[in-house]
Design a protein around this ligand. Structure first.
Ligand code: PLP
Length: 382
């Protein structure tokens, strides 16, 4: 059976060149960067160089780069750190209902355990957060706004620069979860997000898993989440995952300035796909038609559910995703579609197809051949 990977928003395969760059650090160069002897110092030099390489691409200061275990940690660190940093000034936080759970659950934690108040802004029917809806909920005690750069489930791109600018003008800290934007959208410099904190991880653009970055604009110093040694300038304790950090630096240099997701051809492919999906009975494309990640297509299906659709696609070799948390046979409606006002029966049926650099015309032909039958059988079982 051929495998058709249409789940690039979940993760991407490690690039060969990135793997090669990591190899010396998985064997010969194994020292602990905190050791004073020459083996340690060799590792320290590589770590420092990786930070400088990342900072050069992001056009940031190396001291603004905190290496983390991935975007979940980066988002937690940004939100808990910013809130604790500014808690004397106020206790009100703003986020949106379409954020990744790394953001939503961090905010919920602060509300439930640390006495902060959180306003959750809703998107429009296309999954876009309007800057006005954020402005409307701002209060004198608002200290932090967290809004993603692009949504992982439906692909809608958010007006983060405009919201970041507004936050800066009102002395409110701004965090953006930019995980899905890196490698997919054009990138000039980190300041394009107008954010104080930016979260990203490497495995979404052909780097290794389990490594990420929290960019913290100087001179902001979010207090650490993880306590121990003085690693990462006393902002994140624990021996650094050097092979992964080297791989991330390599992937950032290779795939961020010139996005590894080929935007023009993907946009053409996904636009055709959306037009075709629109013509199918009971299928509704979801997300913004133009302000979207070029590789992402999302749709819901009347009278079907994500679990059976995904299972049937998988039988045909097609790896896709739903926004739902599918566990032990039960489905939770996609929180993103629910926030967009989609009734729960349909929010249960979200399918996300995310294309990548290896997606071929033959892959999409296979999808178009099998999907109508899968839709028919899933819908008739209801
Ligand atoms: N934020 C967004 C928008 C994501 O898509 C993801 C992963 O899918 C994350 C955060 C969390 O990334 P990780 O699981 O690598 O920590």
């Amino acid at each position: 059976m051929r495998t058709v990977n249409l789940d690039y928003n979940a993760t991407t395969p490690l690039d060969d060149g990135v793997r090669e760059a990591m190899m010396p650090f998985l064997s010969g160069v194994f020292g602990n960067p905190s050791s004073v002897h020459h083996m340690g110092q060799r590792a320290r030099a590589a770590l420092d160089e990786a930070r400088e390489r990342v900072a050069a691409v992001l056009k940031a200061n190396p001291s603004e780069i905190i290496f983390t275990s991935g975007a979940t940690e980066s988002c937690n660190h940004a939100i808990l750190g910013a809130a604790r940093l500014r808690s004397e000034k106020g206790r009100h936080i703003v986020t949106s209902a379409i954020e990744h759970h790394a953001v939503l659950h961090s905010c919920e934690y602060l509300e439930n355990k640390e006495n902060f108040e959180v306003s959750v802004v809703l998107p429009d029917a296309n999954g876009r957060i309007s800057p006005d809806s954020v402005r409307e909920v701002i209060r004198t005690d608002t200290i932090l706004v967290s809004l993603m750069a692009a949504n992982n489930e439906v692909g809608t791109i958010q007006p983060v620069a405009e919201i970041g600018e507004f936050c800066a003008n009102n002395c409110i800290l701004f965090h953006t979860d930019a995980v899905q934007a890196f490698g997919k959208l054009s990138f000039d410099e980190i300041s394009q997000f107008r954010a104080d904190f930016v979260s990203l991880c490497a495995h979404k653009f052909h780097g290794p898993k389990g490594v990420g970055i929290l960019y913290a604009r100087s001179p902001l110093q979010p207090p650490p989440l993880i306590h121990g040694g003085a690693h990462e300038n006393a902002r994140r304790a624990g021996t650094e995952n050097l092979p992964a950090i080297i791989g991330m630096a390599e992937a950032i240099e290779r795939f961020v300035p010139n996005p590894v997701f080929p935007g023009d051809s993907l946009l053409e492919q996904t636009t055709d796909l959306l037009d075709w999906l629109d013509s199918l009975d009971g299928v509704t494309p979801r997300g913004h038609r133009t302000e979207r990640l070029p590789n992402t297509v999302a749709f819901s299906v009347v009278g079907a559910d994500s679990i059976s659709l995904l299972a049937n696609l998988d039988i045909e070799g097609i790896c896709a995703s739903s926004g739902s948390a599918c566990s032990s046979g039960s489905i939770t409606p996609s929180h993103v579609l629910s926030a967009m006002g989609v009734p729960s029966a349909e929010a249960n049926s979200l399918i996300r197809l995310s294309l990548g650099r290896k997606t071929s015309a033959a892959d999409l032909h296979h999808l178009r051949t099998v999907l109508p039958f899968i839709l028919q059988s899933s819908q008739s079982r209801e």
